[in-house]
Design a protein around this ligand. Structure first.
Ligand SMILES: [Zn+2]
Length: 275
């Protein structure tokens, strides 16, 4: 669930709240998310947070001894900042307390996220999915011409292109739907069928939707984090409501094991496609 805009804002907030502080303790409630040689409390004791970086849907905590904690929140992982004594929700997997009296909690209702504790190893070697990541879906550095040039060499459907982390890092189900709505493209359009103007619209939509996402998440995220900001989305999660552009009913369709929301009028099906 967390996608590029979510992690961008999260990284910024965690950096402001925690960088420079030493970890004074940790508690593990559900170790299933942890990929580590040592238990977290032992691993983290006395380490000071030097900073955080984002790469696609991965967030990396850099500690002062060059060790790393790399987090891939997958579908449902969220971070929250709280007082150490605050009531804990039952999806909390672990908590790290910092010297300033703030506790960082990682919650994950599906426990599918993965947290790698690395000591000196490069994440590209130690973390599955990290090495092959494509350029960031960062609206401030997004290169539309490069996106189009590389995209034209791909063979599959347009939604799969957006979801391909090796093509562009950081977009998942929610923002893929939003980008396709913005570009007025049906999720199953084949890349080979896109006209020049459609490629241009798609590339522009990536930048626009990512920039709007960052703004909306930054405005909507509470100080204690822990929320998923989705209220700005126009089609994702909006099935059976009127399309904000044309008033048609937004539909929900399955694509294999994934689901997509789109407007059947603004995003017409390709020839031969039933919906
Ligand atoms: Zn519409």
């Amino acid at each position: 669930m967390p996608e590029w805009p979510d992690l961008f804002v999260l990284r910024e907030r965690l950096d402001q709240a925690l960088t420079g502080q030493a970890a004074v303790g940790a508690e593990v409630y559900n170790p299933i998310v942890l990929r580590a040689v040592l238990p977290l409390p032992q691993w983290i004791a006395g380490r000071r947070l030097a900073g955080l970086t984002q790469r696609g849907k991965f967030l990396t905590f850099h500690w002062d001894d060059a060790s790393l904690m790399v987090v891939n929140p997958m579908l449902t992982g969220v971070f929250a900042l709280t007082q150490p004594g605050a009531k804990r929700t039952k999806d909390t997997a672990f908590a790290i307390t910092f010297e300033g009296g703030i506790q960082l909690r990682y919650r994950d209702e599906k426990q599918m996220g993965k947290v790698y504790l690395l000591r000196g190893e490069e994440p590209a070697a130690a973390v599955p999915g990290f090495a092959g990541l494509g350029p960031e879906a960062d609206p401030s550095s997004f290169d539309e011409a490069d996106f189009i040039r590389r995209g034209r060499k791909r063979q599959y459907e347009v939604r799969n292109l957006l979801m391909d982390q090796e093509f562009l890092a950081g977009i998942g189900n929610a923002y893929a739907d939003e980008i396709l709505f913005e570009a007025r493209l049906h999720p199953k359009r084949k890349l080979s069928s896109l006209a020049d103007a459609e490629w241009a619209a798609l590339a522009a939509a990536v930048r626009t939707v990512m920039a709007l996402g960052v703004k909306a998440v930054a405005e909507g995220m509470p100080p204690g984090l822990g929320a998923k900001v989705r209220s700005h989305m126009q089609v994702r999660g909006r099935e059976n409501t009127p399309c904000p552009r044309c008033g048609s009913r937004i539909v929900l369709r399955s694509l294999g094991y994934l689901e997509t929301n789109f407007c059947p009028t603004c995003q017409p099906a390709p020839p031969g496609q039933l919906y």
